[in-house]
Design a protein around this ligand. Structure first.
Ligand SMILES: [Zn+2]
Length: 245
């Protein structure tokens, strides 16, 4: 049996002398690992289309216990990210988030869209890395079923106008009176978090923050993501080492 799907190559590694094993984020079947036979032979169409950061149309054969790519056709590539170590590292972090958060076998068109949009903005340098990292983290964790509840104070149901307390363990915020949580967040950051969690994917990038709020927004989303997943990400550590200064 085989199927066709749009997919992004998240990771690509060698499998023997001429083959590759690639991790794909597919629109229809989530994250899968598939063999690409003869993909290392230069000048094959498969050669270009099975590299990390290639988005395209894939025809995949389903074997008894493995997937094999029959055909791959690139539609859009984000290879320019390789020219800058910081942007490359951040792009790889986005891919590793997909590997960890998106299960095999379930459709994931929205998560795929988030990663494609973020890689595209990152490549074109349209938004800051800090902004793209925060939006991507928050939307992917929300789509994975861990969206924060930002409707009102987790205890009294109030919606205060000023700063509030955000608790990255529960994903709730609290008013001045019910003070609970590990971050004090500004109205600007709360609005940004609501914007990203509540809007459809194509609208999540359309807002702006002051530099101070953007920095805080980034610290909150990263902490929230790490607490919610309980995981550490090598790609995130690597991004931090190259983005210092
Ligand atoms: Zn309260």
């Amino acid at each position: 049996m085989s199927f066709e799907t749009d997919a992004l190559v998240l990771k690509s590694g060698d499998a023997g002398e001429s083959d590759r094993i690639v991790t794909l984020l597919t629109a229809d079947y989530g994250v899968i690992r598939a063999f690409a036979n003869k993909a290392k032979k230069s000048n094959s169409q498969m050669q270009a289309a099975t590299q990390t950061f290639c988005y395209g149309r894939f025809s995949v054969y389903t074997g008894r216990d493995s997937y094999t790519i029959n055909r791959a056709e690139a539609k859009e590539v984000f290879f320019e990210l390789r020219q800058d170590i910081e942007r490359l590292a951040l792009g790889q972090y986005f891919c590793s988030l997909a590997v960890e958060l998106i299960p095999e076998g379930e459709p994931a068109p929205d998560s795929l869209r988030v990663i494609l949009n973020s890689l595209s903005f990152l490549q074109k340098e349209k938004r800051s890395k800090q902004f793209l990292k925060a939006v991507t983290e928050l939307k992917l964790i929300s789509l994975a079923g861990f969206a924060p509840d930002l409707s009102a104070c987790g205890i009294c149901g109030d919606n205060p106008a000023g700063n509030v307390y955000f608790d990255t363990d529960s994903g709730r915020f609290f008013c001045e009176k019910h003070k609970k949580g590990n971050f004090v967040i500004t109205p600007g950051v709360l609005t940004a978090m609501r914007h990203v969690t509540l809007n459809p994917v194509d609208r999540i990038y359309s807002f702006a923050l002051t530099p101070a709020d953007e920095e805080l927004f980034g610290r909150v989303t990263e902490n929230f993501l790490l607490r919610r997943t309980g995981k550490s990400f090598k790609a995130l550590e690597f991004y931090k080492t190259v983005s210092l200064g």
